[in-house]
Design a protein around this ligand. Structure first.
Ligand SMILES: Cc1cc2nc3c(=O)[nH]c(=O)nc-3n(C[C@H](O)[C@H](O)[C@H](O)COP(=O)(O)O)c2cc1C
Length: 189
């Protein structure tokens, strides 16, 4: 079986984002089992139909990255009981058809969701809203297991570095499950 590719989409643009660090921990954990890249999308403009066609170069780049990935893994913070606007903006761009011939790139993509927050709910409300959106876009969501990590500060050192302790086995479990989920979808094709 060919090596699968996973594209991580982090819902925070913050340099030292805990969610970005969680994505990097997943990358390290997965190692050689899959190609694992983080999508950089700071240069995506705000959605504006006046500039939609032809698509800006940055939009073309992220669409190509999503299109060629076997699976998409979201790592999202929670902002005001929702997922951040930067992520909604990115998904709005990705949700649009590329051309009359080609449909949007998210449809049918195997997808996993994780998140970490300093608060008690551990991004679960943000994740629920994200599931509503990406299900509407026909993504193939792995609803179990999802990973919600609360009380982030208990697993962050005084340099702001995430050192996963009790949550590590859950990340491991989710990574294993997601690899199997993607493989099963490839076999079904
Ligand atoms: C505008 C805003 C709203 C926030 N609302 C929530 C919230 O509803 N629930 C929560 O758990 N944390 C909330 N937070 C705190 C974030 O969880 C925290 O800043 C976290 O570190 C952001 O993720 P990151 O480290 O990946 O950037 C909020 C932060 C911001 C900036």
């Amino acid at each position: 079986m060919k090596k699968i590719s996973i594209l991580a989409i982090v819902g925070s643009l913050r340099k030292n984002s805990y969610n970005r660090q969680l994505a990097l921990a997943a990358k390290e954990l997965i190692g050689e089992q899959a190609d694992f890249e983080l999508l950089e999308y700071q240069d995506i403009p705000l959605m504006n139909q006046d500039i939609e066609y032809p698509a800006p170069e940055a939009v073309k780049r992220v669409r190509d990255a999503v299109k060629s990935a076997d699976g998409i893994w979201f790592f999202t913070p929670e902002y005001n009981h929702f997922f951040p606007g930067v992520l909604k903006n990115l998904i709005d761009w990705l949700s649009r058809p590329i051309s009359k011939q080609e449909r949007q790139v998210l449809s049918g993509k195997p997808t996993a969701i994780s998140g970490i927050s300093p608060a008690m709910a551990g991004t679960s409300l943000a994740q629920d809203h994200l599931v509503t959106l990406i299900s509407f876009l026909n993504m193939d969501v792995m609803n179990a297991p999802r990973l919600t990590i609360p009380n982030a500060m208990q697993q962050v050192d005084n340099q702001g570095k995430l050192a996963l302790k009790e949550s590590y086995p859950y990340l491991e479990k989710q990574a294993d499950a997601f690899i199997r989920f993607i493989q099963s979808r490839i076999q079904d094709k």
